[in-house]
Design a protein around this ligand. Structure first.
Ligand code: KDG
Ligand code: MG
Length: 401
């Protein structure tokens, strides 16, 4: 089972994706997602120039050893580029081993402990009426959990709200500029959640993403003001690298806290988990070192009563979503999985066996990850440089996006 080829494909079927394809001498093909939104080519070059040459002739079955070799062996550890590259190798190797064993990856991980993976969808609106309509559409589609984001009156742009339909923050050959005002947001957020609870009652799980924008004491105030609406979670209330900030939030409110989409390793979330300052850990399979490393993070979280809530935006490819579903099926401390629809063109490039029914996803029982990557179709969608927005306060200074 020696690796005979490893190649990187950058394509843009509706948005940019970086895909690693690994082939073994006996003809088994594995695929991994290496997409880092707005910095795609950095990971592509890291893989192409530094990692792929090292993979040739390695035994594809030695997944953990390959992980250690690429992590410890590089000396320069962690960071989004390195960990995304390692993640893509890891996913592709799990895919290969599953295919050669004739087993879906969740069977290799110890087998399913649940019948399906509860996911949350994204509802948003340019005003409260539009948010309510989109929320209602998600409930009609069967979602049991929905994230709510609404344009803040008085601001020209708001995170998570698109003026033109589907959520896609990356755009433009230069970063777009968003605007931010903490006071307007803190006054409006409870009204948004009140509207949802008034219209839909308490049965749907309600989530909200603050997207790293508050100070600890502002986040504490938000958490308290949302308590009557029984949130499933408030996500990323403050910039996550300041881990002790969460002690302040935690001590002030019973609104559950979810953090981690920008983390890349178990070390990034160690303090948050071991101090029980959060309720959900949101590291993703692509940005936190693949299935092998995410499984370790989730196991650490299990020890401290923290549940999982993997990041699953449309800027991770369907390969990443499938890998996350396989892992989600097997972890006892699973909480919820984020789901967003991929752009229409992605279906031509990624054929996935994952299925949604009654609020739950299942990755299917095909050997490996269950995603077929069509390289010829990918070639029809060349890379298209795009940036995430930057965010500025009303006085023009830069704020966290
Ligand atoms: O690339 C950035 C997006 O993945 C991020 O903004 C999405 O916050 C996000 C979420 O919770 O899905
Ligand atoms: Mg988020």
């Amino acid at each position: 089972m020696k690796i005979s080829d490893a190649r990187v494909v950058v394509s843009s079927p509706g948005r940019n994706y970086v895909t690693l394809v690994i082939e073994t001498g006996d003809g088994v093909i594995g695929v991994g997602d290496a997409t880092l939104n707005g910095r795609e080519l950095a990971v592509a070059a890291y893989l192409r120039d530094h990692v792929c040459p090292l993979l040739i002739d390695r035994d594809a079955r030695r997944i953990t050893d390959t992980w250690e070799y690429l992590y410890r062996g590089a000396y320069w550890r962690r960071g989004p580029v390195t960990m995304t590259a390692i993640a893509a190798v890891d996913m592709a190797l799990w895919d290969i081993v599953g295919k050669s064993a004739g087993l879906p990856v969740h069977q290799l991980l110890g087998g399913a402990v649940r019948d399906g993976v509860m996911v949350y969808g994204h509802a948003s609106g340019t005003d409260l009426d539009a948010l309510e309509a989109d929320f209602s559409a998600h409930v009609d589609q069967g979602y049991l959990a929905v994230r709510a984001q609404c344009a803040i009156p008085g601001l020209d742009s708001t995170y998570g709200v698109s003026k033109s339909g589907a959520y896609e923050p990356a755009g433009g050959s230069r970063p777009a500029q968003d605007v931010w005002d903490t006071g307007l947001y803190l006054d409006f957020a409870p009204k948004m959640m009140a509207r949802i609870r008034d219209s839909f009652g308490d049965r749907v799980h309600l989530l909200h993403d603050v997207h790293h924008r508050l100070s600890p004491i502002e986040a504490a105030r938000l958490g308290r003001s949302l308590e009557p609406y029984r949130m499933f979670w408030m996500e990323d209330p403050t910039p996550a690298e300041d881990q002790s900030a969460f002690k302040i939030i935690r001590e002030a409110t019973t609104t559950p806290i979810a953090v981690g989409e920008v983390f890349n390793s178990i070390w990034d979330c160690q303090e948050l988990i071991t101090n029980r300052w959060i309720d959900y850990i949101r590291t993703s399979v692509t940005h936190a070192g693949g299935i092998t490393h995410l499984r370790r993070i989730f196991s650490l979280a299990e020890l401290y009563g923290v549940r999982t809530g993997s990041h699953g935006p449309s800027d991770l490819s369907p390969i990443a979503f499938a890998a996350a579903l396989h892992l989600d099926l097997t972890v006892p401390n699973f909480g919820i999985q984020e789901h967003m629809n991929h752009p229409a063109g992605a279906e031509q490039v990624f054929d996935t066996s994952a299925e949604f029914r009654d609020g739950y996803f299942h990755p299917g029982d095909e050997p490996g990850l269950g995603v077929t990557f069509d390289e010829e179709a990918a070639a029809r969608f060349p890379y298209n440089r795009k940036y995430l927005p930057v965010n500025r306060r009303l006085d023009g200074s830069v704020h966290d996006w």
